[in-house]
Design a protein around this ligand. Structure first.
Ligand code: OFO
Length: 172
């Protein structure tokens, strides 16, 4: 495997691992605030990021490179408000999108069309994740500080997490 591509993919492996830790910290914070639906959503999101990492690890190794398992850095443990937490989530996803785009760019420069093709899955995944984060933030803006609204929001987060888990099951 081209060394530059291998390094870029290993860097992405590290970013996906950090994303998983970050969302796990958000899940834990939400759980301690009694927001069980939001916590469930974040636990599932953390698992998804681990899956993104594993998919890259396997790809690198199968293509003759060597995937490096990154060290764990401690994410923040306090997120202040649910709104702030989702703002951070969106900001984080935007940096991940940028990083995916950089990998795609390197693939084109190095004429590695196989990795380019593989990375398209991540390009679409980022589009979906950004759209979901924006729609959740829109809901939170509508609710404002209303307590009853937050209760319904939390229940909806549970539904969103369940329906995305079912969609993934159906897509194999
Ligand atoms: Fe891996 O998709 Fe979010 O970060």
């Amino acid at each position: 495997m081209n060394k530059q591509i291998e390094a870029a993919l290993n860097d992405q492996i590290s970013k996906e691992a950090s994303s998983s830790q970050y969302y796990l910290a958000m899940a834990s914070w939400a759980e301690t605030k009694g927001l069980s639906g939001t916590a469930f959503f974040m636990y599932a999101h953390s698992d998804e990021e681990r899956f993104h990492m594993l998919k890259l690890v396997k790809f690198v190794n199968e293509r003759g490179g060597r995937a490096i398992v990154p060290s764990i850095t401690q994410p923040p443990s306090d997120f202040d408000t649910v709104q702030r937490m989702f703002e951070l989530l969106l900001a984080h996803e935007l940096t991940v999108t940028q990083s995916i785009n950089e990998v795609v760019d390197i693939c084109l420069k190095e004429k590695d069309y196989t990795t380019h093709n593989f990375m398209q899955w991540y390009v679409s995944e980022q589009m979906e994740e950004e759209a979901l984060a924006r729609s959740i933030l829109d809901k939170l803006n509508l609710i404002g500080n209303e307590k009853g609204g937050m209760y319904l929001f939390d229940r909806e987060m549970l539904e969103i997490a369940n329906s995305s888990a079912n969609a993934q099951k159906n897509n194999g």
